[in-house]
Design a protein around this ligand. Sequence first.
Ligand code: PAF
Length: 283
Amino acid sequence: MKKILNKTELSHHIDALKAQGKSVGFVPTMGALHNGHLSLVNKGLEKNDLVVVSIFVNPTQFDNQEDLVKYPRTLDADVALLLTLSDTTIIVYAPSVEDIYEGNVKSQSFTFDGLEHEMEGAFRDGHFDGVGTIVKRLLEIVKPDFAYFGEKDFQQLQIIKKLVELHHIPVKIVGCTIHRAEDGLAMSSRNTRLTKEHRVIAPFIYKTLKTAKVKFGTKSAKDVTEWVEKQFKKQPLLELEYFIIADTKTLKPVKRKSTKKTYRAFIAVYAGDIRLIDNIALN
Ligand code: PAF
């Protein structure tokens, strides 16, 4: 498997492949790969001649230094996992901070039609400026035909679609359904940092989302939200940060339900020090 550490070498390699008419898929990751990532890479492999997987823990999207320091870094294991999918049609791009930021580790400032102010944007200061900065830079370096993002970070997915639209970046963004463990917990690199106790209780998050979906069929968003908040108060090992039912397009919290709109419920929960997010389509 080709492992490339710098952008100039990667660009040359990709330019040569594109000159041969090959299509390029792209899966940006922060490493600590799991089956959720592998399903994105597989989607990319179905549609493209080759898939670039970037592995880069992007410092500018962390609002919490400790989270950045403790973020799992497992490059050798990541490469070994990707090898189980393909040796010849995957390129790993694992740049250094210097290769990406060239001595200026700062975010650009973005607006995304207001999507950036909701939920994760409200609770994680500067997060989407960091995500916008790295994704824009990576798309410019890799120049993929298709780029794949998981719906676990649904707000991120919507923001990246907006980024591409507003900045006229010639790539098709493909959203992929959430990959879950057998017990329902959404796959996340952070899951490996859960204590045994927290890992056992964490599927409660998705279980609650599923019941909230059923309740939303007959109850108001306010009633469902109050019900969810009550469930988490009874759960001492998990601390609810937010549960919000929002319009799928604008991500604004729903005030009055309309049959013409689609909604999604979004949740952020602390399991000890580990912050987990999840979401579910409601209609
Ligand atoms: O979803 C992620 O892992 C990251 O936010 C991304 C898209 C790789 C940017 O660093």
